[in-house]
Design a protein around this ligand. Structure first.
Ligand SMILES: Cc1ncc(COP(=O)(O)O)c(C=O)c1O
Ligand SMILES: N[C@@H](CCCC[NH3+])C(=O)O
Length: 479
């Protein structure tokens, strides 16, 4: 998502006329797959159709149907490695599984040596089913249930990230009843206004996550945790938001967390907080959704964070802590595309000689809610053939890709340049849909959830099958 336009949202007249970027001119430009947006192993073949890790999208659509999420496995794994290298130890990189999780994904993350951030009993269950090492799992959430906390403690997970005073009491009791000591981090609300969409910023004071630093709740949470018998404080946590491109917010967060660490040492003594060795700065690293986006690479971010934290520690006379992070989108986002089949097409006259083309596809807000929810922008291309084949001129046409739901706001790509030749039966793909698309999918209008397929070295493998009509009735008691 790019910077959010000022002013009221969801009213076309108030949004910029065109969020698609400059109009591509030649057929070659229309058919480009910009490398910062498309999976690392995406290419367009001589015949004009796109290959993902060597697999022809037409074959994938034929075999698995559409809409279809296609994941480039090597892209995912290479981004795990990029982050592991950047932060110096794979275990310090917690893949935020909320972005997308399946049993097989959890296995890839385990094989790459990363840790895993889960935020519900369901995500925990998938991780455990995959055989993910529990000591490398951390559990998040502002309202973890007793059942979820119990499952986490019984599984022996590496850390629970404490988020409320109620939870300190509950978790302490659960741990003591089982005669174990549960390692915990405390989530601190640092009061940062992250430069991102208001719905996905999480460190300003007025929201539901964490313990406020400004009010003293964070300091009180530390006192209560240190006094508990069943909890061992191993770190502080801060997460400022998601899809962030600059380091300023992280810098302020790191500064405030280290300052808190120094205050805690002064209040409780160095020995009492000696086990507090980790500072987790959360996730949020942005990715390119359009060719105009230019996110910082993980190596650069890691270097900046290390410099900021070490400067602050030196200033406060503290030992350098381990810096952990929780990227979700930056690992899983760029390597996945959603392939749709074009259904109907309408050219709508808007007045003043302008028109808008509505290209309807066989999915919609049930497989990608991000556009409706956050005005997210995406790059979409015709992938089953070259743009200068078929009827129509070779001009790119400003198009809006919409779904098939009974909802006017069912928009997948608000503005994009598609070839004028696009016709029913063509395949179009939307890039960078790996994060928070399948994960936030719904069954609205009783559409089946799409399948998810992994591609690697010319082979395709089904990770999650498409929902079927039988699944529709699976929960019906009277059927
Ligand atoms: C606590 C926490 N960690 C990590 C993430 C992952 O964020 P992202 O996918 O933007 O890296 C989130 C989501 O914003 C989060 O809430
Ligand atoms: N789901 C959001 C981000 C929130 C991430 C979880 N805290 C998105 O699609 O961008």
């Amino acid at each position: 998502m790019r910077a959010h336009p000022a002013g009221p949202r969801h009213a076309d007249v108030l949004l910029p006329a065109n969020t698609a970027g400059p109009r591509p001119v030649t057929p070659a430009e229309i058919d480009e797959l910009p490398e910062q947006v498309w999976p690392r192993n995406a290419t367009r073949g001589q015949d004009g159709a796109v290959r993902l890790a060597g697999v022809d999208v037409r074959e994938l659509a034929e075999k698995y149907g559409t809409p279809l999420f296609v994941m480039d496995e090597d892209d995912f794994r290479s981004r795990c490695r990029d982050h592991a290298r950047a932060f110096g130890d794979p275990a310090l990189v917690h893949y935020a599984s909320k972005a997308f999780l399946s049993v097989e994904i959890a296995r890839w993350v385990a094989q790459e040596g990363l840790s895993l951030d889960v935020c519900s009993g369901g995500e925990l269950a998938i991780a455990l089913r995959a055989g993910f090492p529990p000591e490398r799992i951390a559990l998040h959430g502002n309202n973890k249930s007793v059942a979820e906390l119990t499952a986490a403690v019984e599984a022996g997970i590496g850390a629970v990230v404490l988020d409320s005073f109620h939870e300190i009491v509950r978790l302490d009791q659960i741990a003591r009843e089982r005669e174990v000591v549960q390692p915990v981090l405390i989530r601190v609300t640092v009061g940062v206004e992250a430069h991102t969409h208001e719905f996905i910023a999480t460190a300003h004071e007025d929201q539901k996550f964490g313990f406020s630093l400004a009010s003293g709740d964070a300091q009180e949470a530390v006192r209560r945790t240190l006094k508990s018998g069943g909890l061992q404080l191993v770190g502080l946590h801060s997460h400022i938001g998601s899809q962030i491109f600059d380091v300023d917010g992280f810098e302020v967060a790191a500064h405030r967390v280290i300052k808190l660490l120094a205050e805690l040492r002064d209040e409780h003594g160095a020995e009492a907080i000696a086990g507090l060795t980790t500072v987790d700065l959360g996730g949020g690293l942005g990715i390119a959704y359009t060719p105009q986006d230019d996110p910082p690479p993980p190596g650069w971010l890691a270097e900046q964070l290390r410099t900021i934290v070490s400067k602050e520690c030196e200033h406060e006379g503290l030992e350098m802590p381990r810096i952990a992070v929780e990227p979700g989108r930056a690992i899983v986002g760029p390597g996945t595309v959603t392939v749709y089949e074009v259904g109907t097409i309408k050219d709508i006259t808007l007045g003043a000689g302008s028109s808008r083309r509505y290209v309807s596809v066989d999915g919609g807000m049930s497989d990608n809610i991000r556009t409706a929810l956050y005005d997210a922008v995406y790059d979409a291309r015709l992938v089953s053939r070259r743009s200068d084949e078929g009827a129509g001129d070779t001009q790119a046409k400003l198009s809006r890709i919409v779904g098939k739901h009974c909802e006017a706001g069912d928009v997948i790509v608000r503005d994009c340049w598609l070839p004028d030749t696009v016709a029913p039966g063509d395949l179009v793909a939307v890039a960078a849909t790996g994060a928070y698309c399948y994960a936030m999918s719904s069954g609205y209008n009783r559409l089946p959830r799409p399948a998810v397929v992994a591609v690697k070295e010319g082979q395709a493998r089904l990770l999650l099958r498409r929902e079927t009509e039988d699944d529709l009735f699976a929960l019906e008691v009277q059927s």
